[in-house]
Design a binder for this molecule. Structure first.
Ligand code: NAD
Length: 318
């Protein structure tokens, strides 16, 4: 079985591609992986083992129909991670987000239909539900995105689901919480703080630091995505959670301790515009239907992540 992984040179997509090729027991149905990636600032070929003969990296844009048609030739299933993914960048300029996340997803769906792809997993985010004051969002709850990033992901979710309802393509949508782990570009809070703390610099904490996020190790997320690919149902949405809710202030305290620094390293900065207070999802559906459960306890996962950045300075300090 041949799989196309879009955005497979980025943080989560490359973890997923490595997981498939390194023999995740459930992924033994996969014999070849093609990664289609534009190699933006967030994508790096050295996130992949390019010496593996089962892996092909196609350097190209998901918005380009010819490139997509070529990359999809001979492919059975698609797992779609490629996106512009950083909220702050979308606040500064949303155009690339609309182009890649919305138009790019539609280009992939068009080609998937044309080429008779038998399964399309669209990877999305809990941010499409917007800020959650109390409780947690289920898959059937309305979308209420606030940032341009979240709005572009919500649009792409709806296009993917409409392709299932209108044309019958087997589309499955996943919505996960905040990922952390090795190889995340140091603009997101965990690698930004770790790389700054390890080099003796200050870290910027937005507002009063009371915003809450649920943390999910990237390996668990990738296991969840593959569980949906293998055991999910066409046309369904699956939330994938991590089960560790923390305020940004609590997360900062843990990162300071892990890097041997104290609160004098923290500089409070004006809050992000439209900063969602809390994201929270229920993920009982993916647990019940697909057999997913996170395996990485947060304390261990965070310690290993900090250690990875400590040992791989050449990866981020360039
Ligand atoms: P990332 O920014 O690390 O990687 C994105 C990858 O997509 C990069 O390799 C980049 O080069 C590629 N890309 C961007 N534009 C492209 C284009 N036009 N054509 C082809 N490739 C292109 O992102 P990530 O954190 O790995 O996120 C992957 C997916 O997971 C995204 O769809 C994101 O919305 C979703 N997600 C991420 C998180 C998180 O915490 N990181 C949480 C929820 C959902």
């Amino acid at each position: 079985m041949n799989l196309l992984v879009t955005g497979g040179a980025g943080f989560i997509g490359s973890t997923y591609a490595r997981m498939l090729l390194n023999g995740a027991p459930d992924a033994l149905d996969v014999s070849r992986v093609t990664v289609l990636d534009k190699l933006t600032y967030a994508g790096r070929p050295d996130n992949l083992d390019l010496t593996d003969p089962r892996l092909t990296l196609v350097h190209g844009d998901i918005c380009d129909p010819d490139t997509v048609a070529e990359a999809m030739t001979g492919v059975d299933q698609v797992v779609h991670f490629a996106a512009e993914s950083h909220v702050d960048r979308s606040i500064a300029d949303a155009h690339a987000f609309v182009r890649t996340n919305v138009a790019g997803t539609q280009t992939l769906l068009d080609q998937a239909l044309r080429q008779g792809i038998d399964r399309f997993v669209h990877v999305s985010t809990d941010e499409v539900y917007g800020s959650v004051e109390t409780g947690a969002r289920s898959e059937s709850d309305p979308l209420d995105p606030n940032s341009p990033y979240a709005a572009s992901k919500a649009a792409s979710d709806l296009l993917a689901l409409s392709c299932h309802r209108t044309h019958g393509l087997d589309v499955r949508v996943t919505r996960c919480s905040n990922n952390y782990g090795p190889r995340q570009y140091p603009e997101k809070v965990v690698p930004l703080f770790v790389t700054r703390l390890l080099t003796g610099r200050e870290v910027p904490l937005y507002g009063d630091g009371r915003n809450v996020r649920d943390w999910l190790h990237v390996d668990d997320h990738c296991r969840g995505v593959d569980a949906v690919r293998l055991h999910g149902r066409p046309g369904e949405i699956y939330n994938i959670g991590g089960g560790t809710e923390l305020t940004n202030r609590e997360l900062t305290g843990l990162l300071l301790a892990a890097c041997g620094r104290d609160w004098s390293a923290v500089r409070q900065v004006p809050d992000r515009k439209g900063h969602d207070l809390r994201y929270a999802i229920r993920d009982d559906k993916v647990r019940a239907e697909c057999g997913y459960a996170p395996q990485t306890d947060f304390e261990t996962g965070l310690a290993r992540t900090v250690e990875w950045y400590r040992r791989h300075r050449r990866w981020w300090d360039c």
